[in-house]
Design a binder for this molecule. Structure first.
Ligand code: FMN
Length: 159
């Protein structure tokens, strides 16, 4: 399969999860592209508009036409996806009938993060086939990262 992994990460946890997922898919022989989501203007977290509307992003892979599976990852901010990831999802092109899997990292309370991401994808005709949220108050350890690997393994098996 051709797989895209798109993620935003401020302090590195979501990035570690993205890398772990990439590694597992590569071991299974899939072709992976990874794209970082980032705002053009870096602000303090509380200064972004929560819904990500009007947020300008740096260039990333937004046309998903050639991919069989697209993974999108976000940290949880105030029980929601980050504004960057909401903006990214709204910018996606050719998401219709594509398969998506979502992942999130947080300390404890993911709130409506996965639901909010899913509902944007639904309006674009995308299909969310799986999601995974990793909770940790400490930096992600080996055991937590293994759950990301397991998530990718299960996706590999069912896609
Ligand atoms: C502005 C802000 C808001 C946050 N809100 C939540 C929250 O609502 N629930 C939660 O469990 N963690 C929350 N966190 C913790 C992050 O989701 C968590 O540390 C995440 O793993 C960070 O990912 P990153 O290292 O990829 O940036 C918040 C962190 C920040 C900076």
């Amino acid at each position: 399969m051709k797989i895209l992994i798109a993620y935003y990460s401020k302090t590195g946890s979501t990035e570690k999860v993205a890398e772990m997922i990439k590694q597992e898919f590569e071991e299974k022989g899939h072709k992976i592209e990874i794209t970082k989501i980032a705002p053009i203007n870096k602000l303090k977290a509380y200064q972004y508009k929560k819904n990500g509307k009007d947020l300008k992003l740096k260039k990333s892979v937004a046309n998903v036409k050639k991919f069989d599976l697209i993974l999108v990852g976000t940290p949880v901010w105030n029980f929601c996806p980050t504004p960057m990831v909401l903006a990214y999802l709204r910018n996606l092109i050719n998401a219709k009938n594509k398969k998506f899997a979502l992942f999130a990292t947080c300390t404890a309370l993911p709130g409506t993060t996965i639901q909010r991401m899913s509902s944007i994808l639904l309006t674009k005709g995308g299909k969310v086939i799986a999601s995974n949220t990793i909770r940790s108050i400490f930096p992600l350890d080996r055991k937590k990262l293994e759950t990301a690997k397991e998530f990718a393994k299960q996706l590999s098996a069912k896609s």
